[in-house]
Design a binder for this molecule. Structure first.
Ligand SMILES: [Cu+2]
Length: 222
C-alpha cells in the first residue's frame, strides 16, 4: 500500500511537470570593503513584465520591543497589510511621512496581535519613526513581485522555490548609494538548479543610533 501511494505521488509530479519549483535564487551581498551586508533586500522581477499584487490578504508585523522597531527592514509585496503591535510597557506614536504611504498611529498602549493594521498599496520605501523616541527608525520596502528575500547577518538571502524563467534581479538597502552594480538585468533561472546572484554595493556612512540609549545590544548602525 505504501508503495502504491509512493507511485501515485511520483506520477502526480511527472504528469504535472511544472509543479516541482524546487530551485532557489541565492544571493550574497558585500559592501565595498568586503564586509557582509545585513538588511539588504533582493528582489527578482519576472522579465515577462508581469507585475503582481498580493492576491490574498497577507499579514505581516513590525513589532516594538525595547523601544526598537523589529525588524529594522521589512520587505513586503504591494497589497500587504502590516500590523504594528507594541510589546513595550510604554506608549509609542508611529508615523510615516514617506510618499509611498503617509500614516500616523497616535500614541498607543501595549498590545499584541493584529494591532493598527495598515495596507501598503504602492511600491516604494517607507521610513518609520516614533514621535516619542527619536532614535526609533525602520524601513518598509514595498515591491511588485512575490520573489524577494532579506539578507541575514552573514549577508545571505535566499528566494526559495522561484519558478524557472528570466528575471531582473536587484538589491536595495536603506543606506545604498545608487549604482549600476545594484541591478542584474537578466538572470536566468533553470528548472531544478539553484542560481547565484551576488552583489557588491556601496553604503553611505550612517552614524545614527537605532536602539534605545542604554539598552542591551545597542550600538551604531551599520
Ligand atoms: Cu516610541
Amino acid at each position: 500500500m505504501k508503495r502504491l501511494a509512493f507511485t501515485v505521488v511520483i506520477l502526480y509530479y511527472l504528469l504535472l511537470g511544472g509543479v516541482g519549483y524546487c530551485q532557489d535564487l541565492i544571493s550574497e551581498v558585500k559592501d565595498n570593503d568586503g564586509n557582509m551586508v545585513e538588511y539588504a533586500v533582493i528582489t527578482a522581477i519576472p522579465r515577462s513584465g508581469e507585475v503582481k499584487k498580493a492576491d490574498k490578504e497577507i499579514i505581516s508585523v513590525i513589532d516594538q520591543v525595547d523601544k526598537t522597531f523589529i525588524d529594522f527592514v521589512t520587505p513586503i509585496m504591494v497589497g500587504t497589510t502590516l500590523s504594528f503591535p507594541n510589546s513595550d510597557k510604554i506608549r509609542h506614536h508611529v508615523y510615516s511621512l514617506s510618499e509611498a504611504k503617509k500614516f500616523e498611529i497616535p500614541l498607543y498602549p501595549p498590545g499584541k496581535g493584529k494591532v493598527n493594521p495598515v495596507t501598503f498599496d504602492k511600491p516604494g520605501v517607507v521610513v518609520l519613526g516614533c514621535n516619542i523616541h527619536d532614535w526609533m527608525k525602520a524601513y518598509i520596502y514595498i515591491v511588485e513581485t512575490p520573489f524577494f528575500a532579506k539578507t541575514d547577518k552573514g549577508g545571505k538571502a535566499i528566494i526559495k522555490n522561484i519558478p524557472a524563467g528570466e528575471y531582473k534581479v536587484e538589491v536595495w538597502h536603506p543606506h545604498i548609494k545608487k549604482s549600476s552594480a545594484s541591478v542584474k538585468e537578466t538572470v536566468v533561472i533553470s528548472k531544478g538548479s539553484d542560481m547565484k546572484a551576488d552583489f557588491a554595493i556601496e553604503l553611505k556612512k550612517v552614524l545614527s543610533v537605532r536602539r534605545a540609549p542604554g539598552s542591551l545590544g545597542g550600538g551604531v548602525y551599520p
